[in-house]
Design a protein around this ligand. Structure first.
Ligand code: NAD
Ligand code: IPM
Ligand code: MN
Length: 352
């Protein structure tokens, strides 16, 4: 029996709706697969926790999480209660950094039964490898002066080690896919970090002669995501570029509510964290219509991470069976709720 200890962090907003939904699906998986069990421990850390305790997570939070086999997170953020930079840096980004989850993988492809907003989406199947620990997301900088003279300075941090690590990760994944890596750059406008990023890419690619490459400026690349997503296989991007690109990736899949993601700790020292691309969706919270597929597809990435790829692929097939049957939430033009979509997926698993 393989027992997996999962720390469950529903967080805020629809996180509290879609995490239990995905847990139902994982429970169904262990019911049919006698050899696999998920032991969930839930932590109620959130903006509400902040209001009561003046912090997003308790002092010993990372100690509590560190022995888990994985962290399963919904979403963090409720700007009505706590400013985003406090809630996110106090929880989501803190965990990503302290647990050295330096790579964020975010696939995008079109599932049957889902209408893309693109007129001609054909079969795109791409994967963004987002550098997840540095880049534009940095604490280096500050605010000086006041009033009209006030200045905010935000420094981006690009290390050779961090950039190279993300690029190598992208090449390794491309070797198992369509063997192409696109680097997202902006070396025409950003004079220090991006020429450096390009140099590192040029040097890393010489180690992977079988993989095709190209570099695209992020503005043009964003447009190609819309006009020709089929041209891409793996895209490697800095933290912010990867963030923006993956919301576009989600949009062309039909909804941000279905896009999955995984924050990977590559050195095995700490747990990896699995959370969908979307946020806490305050505009639909409590209505029972949050799309659970982003969180459930994220559970598939977690299964892959545990070496259960066959099961992970089966889960994605079942998700696609349900979308193909038109069992969709309103963000995808459907009339079903979180419970119905989750139930349809769990039911099909139990029939396996
Ligand atoms: P968002 O992803 O929460 O919402 C954007 C739009 O997508 C909204 O219209 C929302 O209803 C819709 N949407 C999102 N998830 C959905 C789902 N599962 N089903 C159906 N529709 C869905 O982005 P935002 O509005 O920019 O952010 C809201 C809050 O979430 C902010 O506090 C933000 O900082 C936070 N956030 C957190 C994460 C995370 O924890 N990983 C990611 C993004 C945003
Ligand atoms: C994401 C989110 C986060 C990010 C925010 C909420 C800090 O947008 O995971 O995509 O930018 O990484
Ligand atoms: Mn984002």
């Amino acid at each position: 029996m393989k027992k997996l200890k999962i720390a469950s962090l529903p967080g805020d907003g629809v996180g509290k709706e879609v995490v239990p939904a995905a847990q139902t699906v994982l429970k169904a998986i262990s019911d049919v697969h006698g050899g696999l069990r998920f032991d969930f421990t839930e932590y109620p850390w959130s903006c509400e926790h902040y209001l009561k305790h003046d912090q997003m997570m308790p002092d010993d939070a990372l100690d509590k999480l560190k022995d888990a086999d994985a962290i399963f997170l919904g979403a963090v953020g409720n700007q009505k209660l706590v400013p985003d930079h406090i809630s996110l840096w106090g929880m989501l980004i803190k965990i990503r950094r302290e647990f050295e989850q330096v790579i964020n993988i975010r696939p995008a492809k079109l599932l049957k039964g889902i209408t893309s907003p693109l007129a001609n989406p054909k079969d795109f199947d791409l994967l963004v490898v987002r550098e997840n620990s540095e880049g534009e997301y940095s604490e280096v900088g500050g605010r000086i002066f006041r009033g009209e003279d006030e200045v905010a300075i935000q420094n981006a941090v690009f290390s050779r080690r961090g950039s190279e690590r993300a690029m190598r990760y992208a090449f390794e994944l491309a070797a198992k896919r369509k063997k192409h890596v696109t680097s997202a750059t902006k070396s025409n406008g950003i004079v220090h970090s991006m020429p450096f990023w390009d140099e590192v890419f040029q040097s890393v690619k010489t180690d992977y002669p079988d993989i095709g490459t190209d570099s695209q400026h992020i503005d043009a690349l964003a447009a190609f995501f819309v006009t020709q997503p089929q041209r891409f296989d793996v895209i490697v991007a800095s933290n912010l570029f990867g963030d923006v690109l993956t919301d576009i990736g989600a949009a062309i899949m039909g909804s941000i509510g279905i896009a999955p993601a995984a924050n990977i700790n590559v050195n095995g020292k700490y747990p990896s964290m699995f959370e969908p691309v979307h946020g806490s969706a305050p505009d639909i919270v409590g209505k029972g219509i949050a799309n659970p597929i982003g969180q459930i597809w994220t559970a598939k990435l977690m299964l892959d991470h545990f070496g259960e790829e066959e099961l992970g692929n089966k889960l994605l097939d079942i998700i696609e069976d349900v979308t193909a049957a038109g069992i969709l939430t309103p963000d995808l033009g459907g009339k079903y709720g979180t419970k119905e979509v989750t139930g349809a997926i769990a039911e099909r698993i139990l029939k396996l």
